[in-house]
Design a protein around this ligand. Structure first.
Ligand code: ADP
Ligand code: MG
Length: 339
């Protein structure tokens, strides 16, 4: 018998990786927004059509790319953000896997336009089936515009699996909000089917949250603040009387990344103990800054789960900080007389 093991061709490997990175249009939005932020954009515009199924375009005014980098950016494991394994423990960027653009290009039609401040002309690249099919010089402002068309065009099973436009749009807006909440200084705009969905001018953390969740939010917010060797905690919790039956407005950000953590959620809930009506959930917008060396974000491709070195201390710290703030604001328990 002859040998039977072969290395997969790049475009097949990329399609497989895409399965992990890109679950739906919102995943593309997340990756492209993160790239724009890593590129130091001060203004980011998202244009989607049909809930991202036919078009997702992100235009940023960041640093842009050289001709060679523009081509290189679509290669698998191609990144400007880390160079060696140790860098993984000291990350200051959102991306580092060098997989997003290669994955997206394997499952959609992609057009890139980019230019740096020093470039007289920019670069335009078109990709189909993971391959560059056209490249030319073009006139384009400093920054990058990436259009992702016909997502999953070559994976019908995935395309058919997508939910209705309203559900997929909801996921996109959620991703957009999460990113916008950690970067209040950046201006964000979003258009869906040529209609403005929102426009967020650069502002501060509190105003950004209020702008996203509506004018009444301002009166609900209790600021929280704590700084120790382990962690810096900032953000807001909602006053108990505004707690809701749904869990919609609950956000943890660690080092400027949205994360999910049942454990930390438990810490927050325990700080609210005795203050909430039964079956209601407090709103919270909590920002934790920790030493990048004390967390591992490389446990899942979408990076929404992370591992903390010292979870228990974090739990205790968060709980006491929130309790303290609620106490300072003289928050009285909500007594359920009408039950
Ligand atoms: P990663 O973000 O993990 O490095 P990506 O596949 O998302 O991997 O991007 C590959 C590279 O392409 C990035 O490291 C960056 O150098 C470049 N790049 C991607 N998007 C942009 C952008 N909007 N502006 C400037 N450079 C970009
Ligand atoms: Mg990236």
């Amino acid at each position: 018998m002859s040998d039977i093991i072969q290395l997969l061709p790049d475009h097949v490997a990329n399609q497989i990786a895409a399965g992990e990175v890109v679950q739906r249009p919102a995943s593309v939005v997340k990756e492209l927004l993160e790239n724009a932020i890593d590129a130091k954009a001060s203004s980011i515009k998202l244009i989607v059509k049909e809930a991202g199924k036919t078009l997702i375009q992100i235009i940023d005014d960041g640093v842009g790319m050289s001709v060679t980098d523009a081509r290189m950016s679509f290669e698998r494991h191609a990144t400007s953000k880390i160079r060696k394994a140790e860098d993984l423990f000291d990350l200051t960027t959102k991306g580092f896997r060098g997989e997003a653009l290669a994955s997206i290009a394997a499952i959609a039609h992609v057009e890139l336009k980019t230019a740096r401040a020093e470039d007289e002309v920019g670069t335009e690249i078109k990709i189909e089936g993971g391959k560059v099919i056209a490249q030319e010089a073009c006139v384009t402002p400093q920054g990058t515009s990436i259009s992702v068309k016909n997502l999953f065009y070559n994976i019908p099973a995935r395309r058919n699996f997508l939910k209705s436009n309203s559900v997929e749009l909801r996921h996109i807006i959620d991703e957009f909000h999460r990113v916008a909440m950690v970067h209040p200084d950046i201006k964000f705009e979003m258009y869906h089917n040529n209609t403005e969905v929102f426009s967020l001018p650069g502002s501060n953390q509190r105003q950004r949250i209020v702008r996203i969740f509506g004018g009444k939010t301002n009166e609900k917010l209790v600021p929280i603040q704590e700084e120790t060797d382990l962690v810096t905690i900032t953000g807001f919790v909602g006053k108990p009387q505004f707690a809701k039956r749904t869990r919609g407005e609950q956000f943890f950000f660690v080092n400027d990344r949205f994360i999910k953590s049942a454990y930390l959620n438990h810490a927050v809930n325990s700080a609210f103990e005795g203050l909430l009506k039964e079956k209601t959930h407090p709103s919270y917008f909590i920002y934790l800054q920790v030493d990048p060396k004390s967390i591992d974000i490389n446990i899942h491709p979408t990076k929404t789960e992370i591992k903390f070195d010292d979870e228990h201390s974090l739990y205790a710290m968060l709980r006491s900080t929130i309790k303290h703030s609620l106490g300072q604001f003289n928050v009285a328990p909500v007594l359920d007389f009408d039950r």
